[in-house]
Design a binder for this molecule. Structure first.
Ligand SMILES: [Zn+2]
Length: 280
């Protein structure tokens, strides 16, 4: 599943190439998770603004042909779902069975390929209007938002009685901690994934936030530097997994303490950790 680093790498690879492009045509394939919500023909002639990311959503402002402020005139909210990927090509060829959205522009054709079709491309009049506002409302803070201070992170965790791993995966305190990144951040911070949120001390919460930021930054850096194209939405996590210290390494030696990496299941998700250096 594409995680936040994949989406951010996708955004970074497309933003400057698409900014200022004119929409020439829109092609829809099979239905995605939600309908487009606007007549495809009404997008033709619009100008693409700067691609933004919120959580795992991308926001593409689409301005009226000659309007100055494209952000004020709506845009498309895109989500890669379970298996989606976006690719921009001058001539992508005919649409295949899994290509469900093409935005033909003056800078090439942006194509969403999504075999499982949990992805989405949805029109919204603005980020503050529905459906965008509704879809984004439940998201936690961006991991790199300086407004998410260690104090605030600790306070948010302190109000919960779930495991710290479950709170990270829920994404309603901070977004971006998918299973692999949550597991690695907890290892880096020396915290057992089963630790209850309300038992986590302030210094440990602070270490966890810093560890999560380092982990995600490394994944984004790795994705940006190792992927030649972004067709493979699993590429970032795949590349990152080669560097993982606990995720997917059940039975192997912990690189830090030499203990054995264990696998447990929490909330139907696998957790990998080292009982030697990750404490409750
Ligand atoms: Zn260890």
């Amino acid at each position: 599943m594409p995680e936040l680093p994949e989406v951010e790498v996708t955004r970074a690879s497309l933003a400057d190439r698409l900014a200022g492009a004119r929409v020439q045509a829109v092609r829809l394939g099979k239905p995605l998770r939600w309908p487009l919500g606007v007549a495809p023909a009404s997008l033709v002639g619009r100008r693409v603004g700067w691609l933004q990311r919120r959580g795992k959503y991308l926001w593409m402002p689409l301005g009226e042909a000659d309007a100055g402020d494209e952000a004020a005139t709506g845009g498309l909210l895109l989500h890669l779902g379970m298996s989606g990927s976006l690719n921009l090509a001058d001539d992508p060829g005919g649409a295949g069975a899994h290509d469900h959205f093409d935005l033909a522009t003056s800078r090439g054709v942006l194509r969403l390929t999504d075999p499982r079709r949990f992805g989405a491309v949805v029109w919204s009049d603005s980020l503050q209007a529905d459906p965008a506002a509704k879809l984004l409302a439940r998201l936690g803070a961006e991991p790199f938002d300086p407004a998410m201070t260690p104090l605030r992170f600790h306070a948010a965790l302190h109000a919960r009685r779930t495991s710290v791993k479950a709170a990270l995966l829920a994404g309603d305190i901070v977004v971006g901690a998918g299973n692999i990144y949550a597991s690695e951040a907890l290892h880096r911070a020396g915290i057992d994934p089963r630790t209850r949120c309300d038992k986590l001390s302030r210094p440990r919460a602070e270490r966890l936030l810093a560890a999560l930021r380092l982990t995600l930054a490394r994944a984004i850096e790795l994705g940006g530097s190792t992927l030649r194209d972004f067709r493979d939405a699993h590429g970032v996590s795949g590349a990152f997994q080669h560097e993982a210290l606990v995720y997917g390494r059940e039975g192997q030696a912990c690189a830090r303490c030499g203990g054995t990496v264990r696998r447990i299941v929490q909330g139907q998700r696998a957790s990998y950790f080292c009982a030697g250096c990750q404490r409750r």
